[in-house]
Design a protein around this ligand. Structure first.
Ligand code: 6PG
Length: 473
């Protein structure tokens, strides 16, 4: 067998589909999995003139790849990644390159890159989004690491990636170091936020208007045709319209337990933002909402202690639908502003040099958050002056908000009046209000802090640091 252009370790569904995608673009790829049986089965089913398997040993696998070697690892994030690196380490030569395509925590990527560098082994932390289907037919790919490694891997990445709205590959060199995994982590934070915003809209429609799941799907279908068009709305229609196999005529979604899982990327995003003093309230609230949902037992107990609350001023459904549409759009846009802030700040602090227009472009298709809004952001970033300090400072973005803000206020107040929790829609609005307000109540906070702790304050009318002996202390 001739040597292959690339190797891939890890044949769980994402790895298997990625290997098939690479082979389908005529790159020779060899795969390896800890369980040999899995490799055998995979090759029996999908092996062809470009797709090979190695079941003898990891060293045979490594020896089958042309040098300098490129080896993708697609195993569970955390310890399994370190275990694979440890096994590969003695088998690799200088200038070989490991590409970690899993959802690794970016600080692990920094550590791994530093660990491999003295031996001359390159390490590329590479985010891949799109789920099983994306991995097979075209994901959005977010590689970090050095520019030289990107040039080396680019032909494969560009061949297997999804295409953006202009037909370009949904891949770009995100930036140096661990920027690829960082940006994928934030992608997932946004995924949490957008999904929770949509879930709150679903909750509102079913509780306030007694709509069935297919009835809500009809409204979401209408939303998905315009500026809210997105993969998450598309799949919502399928989820909401799915009939249950056990309960005749019922919707499956009505029988799914309201307890959400999570693997950690949203939480990492929120923690990272806190550490960098960046505000991502919508992402954080989306994580909290999953945590609250997971506490089913307590919620069930507490729900018996408080009667349902009904407000008075519910508009007719046909008036509410367009309000909600604009409220959703503005909430999602506000969540993106938080994304902008976090990535910009991290890139500055870590020296990654990421390009926000490019990130928006490669998220136009292939990834889970692919949406019309990303094309709008891509165009807005391209038009924005270089010094732009915040997403809200981009004129196109601000006019989009201007069109939606009155409805956004209206919808949030109606929902809150009727006692429904909308932590992400509400926090997106509060973030927008706070960020565009020149008069915060922090003056009052400073007064309290100075009163009890002599923490000092600054003044609006003169320079310097002040402390007051508050007379009533
Ligand atoms: C993707 C997804 C994918 C997955 C995450 C989030 O981009 O393909 O983001 O990575 O959905 O692991 O999963 P949790 O919701 O379980 O945290």
């Amino acid at each position: 067998m001739k040597k292959t252009q690339i190797g891939l370790i890890g044949l769980a569904v994402m790895g298997a589909n990625l290997a098939r995608n690479i082979a389908s673009k005529n790159f020779d790829v060899i795969v390896y999995n800890r369980t040999k049986e899995k490799t055998k089965e995979f090759i029996k089913q999908y092996g062809n003139e470009h797709l090979f398997g190695e079941t003898r040993s990891l060293s045979q696998f490594v020896a089958s790849i042309e040098r300098p070697r490129n080896i993708i690892i697609m195993v569970q994030a955390g310890k399994p990644v370190d275990a694979v690196i440890e096994e590969l380490f003695p088998l690799l030569d200088s200038d070989d390159c490991i590409i970690d395509c899993g959802n690794s925590y970016y600080r692990d990527t920094i550590r791994r890159e530093a660990y491999l560098a003295p031996k001359g082994i390159h390490f590329v932390g590479c985010g891949v989004s799109g789920g099983e289907e994306g991995a097979l037919h075209g994901p959005s790919i977010m590689p970090g690491g050095s520019g030289e490694n990107y040039v080396r891997l680019r032909p494969i990445f560009e061949a297997i990636a999804a295409r953006d709205f202009n037909g370009w590959a949904c891949v770009t060199h995100i930036g140096w170091g661990a920027s690829g995994h960082f940006v994928k982590m934030v992608h997932n934070g946004i995924e949490y936020a957008v999904m929770q915003i949509m879930a709150e809209a679903y909750d509102t429609l079913r509780k306030l208007y007694n709509l069935s799941a297919p009835g809500i799907a009809d409204i979401f279908e209408d939303y998905s045709k315009g500026k809210l068009g997105s993969y998450l709305f598309d799949i919502s229609l399928k989820v909401l319209r799915k009939e249950d196999e056990f309960q005749d005529g019922a919707s499956l979604v009505d029988y799914i337990l309201d307890r959400a899982g999570q693997k950690g990327t949203g939480k990492w995003t929120a923690i990272d933002a806190l550490e960098r003093n960046v505000c991502v309230p919508t992402i954080a609230e989306a994580v909290f909402a999953r945590n609250i949902s997971a506490n089913k037992k307590l919620r069930t107990e507490l729900s018996a202690t408080f009667e349902e609350f009904h407000g008075k001023n519910l508009p007719p459904l046909n008036k509410f639908i367009p309000l909600l549409k604009n409220g959703l759009y503005a909430s999602i846009l506000s969540a993106y502003a938080q994304w902008y802030d976090l990535i910009t700040q991290a890139s500055r602090e870590e020296g990654w040099e990421v390009n926000l227009a490019e990130i928006s472009r490669i998220w136009e298709w292939g990834c889970i958050i692919r949406a019309e809004i990303l094309s709008f952001l891509h165009e807005s970033f391209l038009d924005a002056p270089e010094w732009v300090s915040h997403l809200f400072a981009i004129p196109e973005v601000m006019s989009a908000f201007r069109e939606s803000v009155p409805d956004w206020h209206g919808v949030v107040s109606i929902i809150i009046e009727h006692g429904i929790a909308v932590p992400t829609i509400g926090s997106s609005l509060s973030y927008f209000e706070a960020m565009t307000d020149n008069e915060h109540p922090a003056n009052y906070l400073q007064g309290l802090r100075d009163f009890f702790g002599a923490h000092t304050y600054e003044r609006t009318d003169r320079k310097g640091v002040f402390h007051t002996e508050w007379s009533d202390k």
